[in-house]
Design a protein around this ligand. Structure first.
Ligand code: FEO
Length: 398
C-alpha cells in the first residue's frame, strides 16, 4: 500500500498546508491539511474538496488516478470554506452528475455560492448511495460543528469520512497515525477539540452514543484535517468520550496578565500554594501563550485561576480577549478563582469573578486583590489562597 491508499480503490487526494499559522484566530504551529478522498468504483466519487488556495494540489492528486471529468459524484460533508473554497471551480471542471450533501448542506451551499442549478442530491441520516460495488451511508451530524455537517461511511471498507471530527491541524507528508509521533498528534487532536468542538460536547456525547448504536464496523477514521486513524482508533474515540463527558484531572492552570509584576508575583505564590497542596499546576502568562493553547491546557484541567491587574476600571486587554474566547467555548465541570493587584479602583477581580459566574464555574473562594505591591503578609495570603483552592480541587469530583 502506498501512503495515500486507504483501501483498494480509495485514495487521499487532499492538500498539505505547511505554512498556515492562524486558522481564524486559532494558532496552528504545525500547519494543517485539507483532506479529500477519491473512491474509484462504477461511480467515481470525490469526498470533499479543499481550500481555494490549494485547488491545484487537489487536482494534481486526483489526476494521479483519474481524469477530472471521469468523476461522477462529489460528496460535501461540510460547507466551511477550508473544504469548499475550491468547490465551485471543481464543479466547473468535473461537471458532476450529483453533489451529495445533507439538507442543511444544500442550504449552506446555496448561501455560500448562490447556485440553484447545481445537481444537488440531498441525503438524510441513514440514507445510502450505491457507487457500484461500494456503498456510502450518510450520518447527519448537525452542529458538529456546523448545521450542514455530516459523516459518510464507506460500508464495504469500514471507512468513516468524519469531516472535522477527530481532526488535527497537523501538516505532515505521512498520512496515517502509525507513521507519525503519536504524542504530537494527540496534542493537536486535543487542541482541535478544545478550540473547535468544546462547546458542542453535549451533542458529541449523543453522536458517540448514536455511532455505538449504529454498530458500524469502523476500520479507518478519515477526518478532513491531519492524519487518518487506522491503528489508534480506540485511543481517539475514547478521548472524544472523555472530553465530551468533561472528564478532567485534578490539576490547575493559573492564567494571568500583569502590569508591573505584582499580579505575576501573586500568581507565583498561588502556584506555590497549589503545589504544597499536592495539585499539579501550570503558570500561564497570556503575554507569551496564545489563547488557543490555553484552551488546550484547560480542557483536561479541573481548575482555572485567573489573574489580572486593573486597567482603566477594567481587566487587561489580553485577559479580556481570552475570557471572550473561553466563554464562547463553554467549558463545564470546572473550578474557578480570581486574583489581581490594583492601584485605586480595583474592578478586575470582580469582573473576572462575574464572568466565571456567567460561565457557571464553581468558585469555592472569593477572589483576592491587593493594592500596588503586596506586602509579605499579603503574599502569604496568596499562598494560603492557592492552598485552599488546591484542597477544593482534591475534594472535587473529577
Ligand atoms: Fe475544517 Fe469546519 O472546517
Amino acid at each position: 500500500m502506498n501512503n495515500t491508499e486507504l483501501a483498494h480503490g480509495v485514495y487521499w487526494v487532499g492538500a498539505i498546508d505547511w505554512d498556515i499559522r492562524d486558522f481564524h484566530g486559532y494558532s496552528t504551529y504545525r500547519g494543517s491539511t485539507y483532506n479529500a478522498f477519491l473512491i474509484i468504483d462504477e461511480k467515481i466519487t470525490l469526498v470533499d474538496t479543499v481550500k481555494k488556495s490549494h485547488k491545484q494540489d487537489l487536482i494534481r492528486e486526483i489526476e494521479k488516478y483519474v481524469k477530472l471529468e471521469d468523476i461522477d459524484y462529489i460528496v460535501v460533508n461540510h460547507v466551511e470554506m477550508d473544504h469548499t473554497g475550491s468547490l465551485p471551480d471543481m464543479i466547473e471542471l468535473i461537471q458532476p452528475e450529483k453533489i451529495i450533501c445533507s439538507p442543511m448542506g444544500e442550504k449552506a451551499l446555496e448561501n455560500h455560492f448562490h447556485k440553484k442549478d447545481w445537481p444537488y442530491h440531498i441525503v438524510k441520516s441513514g440514507e445510502e448511495v450505491s457507487l457500484g460495488k461500494k456503498t456510502l451511508q450518510f450520518i447527519e451530524t448537525r452542529m458538529l460543528h456546523w448545521p450542514d455537517s455530516m459523516f459518510s461511511f464507506l460500508k464495504e471498507d469500514g471507512i468513516l469520512f468524519s469531516s472535522d471530527a477527530f481532526g488535527q491541524h497537523y501538516a505532515t507528508g505521512e498520512r496515517f497515525d502509525d507513521e507519525v509521533d503519536m504524542a504530537e498528534v494527540m496534542h493537536e487532536a486535543t487542541k482541535y477539540y478544545a478550540n473547535i468542538l468544546y462547546l458542542f460536547s453535549p451533542l458529541i456525547k449523543k453522536l458517540i452514543a448514536n455511532l455505538q448504536e449504529l454498530n458500524l464496523d469502523i476500520k479507518i477514521i478519515a477526518p478532513d484535517h491531519g492524519i487518518i486513524w487506522r491503528s489508534h482508533i480506540d485511543k481517539i474515540f475514547q478521548s472524544y468520550v472523555d472530553w465530551s463527558n468533561a472528564d478532567c484531572e485534578k490539576k490547575a492552570i493559573i492564567v494571568y496578565d500583569t502590569m508591573w509584576h505584582s499580579t505575576e508575583k501573586m500568581a507565583k505564590e498561588i502556584w506555590r500554594g497549589l503545589d504544597t497542596a499536592g495539585v499539579p499546576a501550570k503558570l500561564i502568562n497570556l503575554r507569551y501563550q496564545h489563547r488557543s493553547d490555553v484552551m488546550a491546557d484547560l480542557l483536561g484541567a479541573k481548575a482555572i485561576i485567573l489573574g489580572s491587574a486593573t486597567l482603566n476600571n477594567g481587566i487587561l486587554p489580553r485577559m479580556g480577549e481570552f475570557l471572550t474566547y473561553m466563554k464562547g467555548l463553554k467549558p463545564t465541570n470546572k473550578i474557578g478563582a480570581a486574583f489581581g493587584s490594583f492601584g485605586w479602583s480595583g474592578e478586575a477581580v470582580k469582573i473576572m469573578t462575574d464572568l466565571m459566574e456567567e460561565m457557571k464555574l464553581e468558585q469555592p473562594e472569593p477572589g483576592v486583590r491587593f493594592k500596588y505591591i503586596p506586602t509579605d503578609e499579603q503574599f502569604e495570603k496568596c499562598f494560603e489562597f492557592g492552598k485552599r483552592i488546591g484542597e477544593a480541587i482534591l475534594n472535587s469530583d473529577k
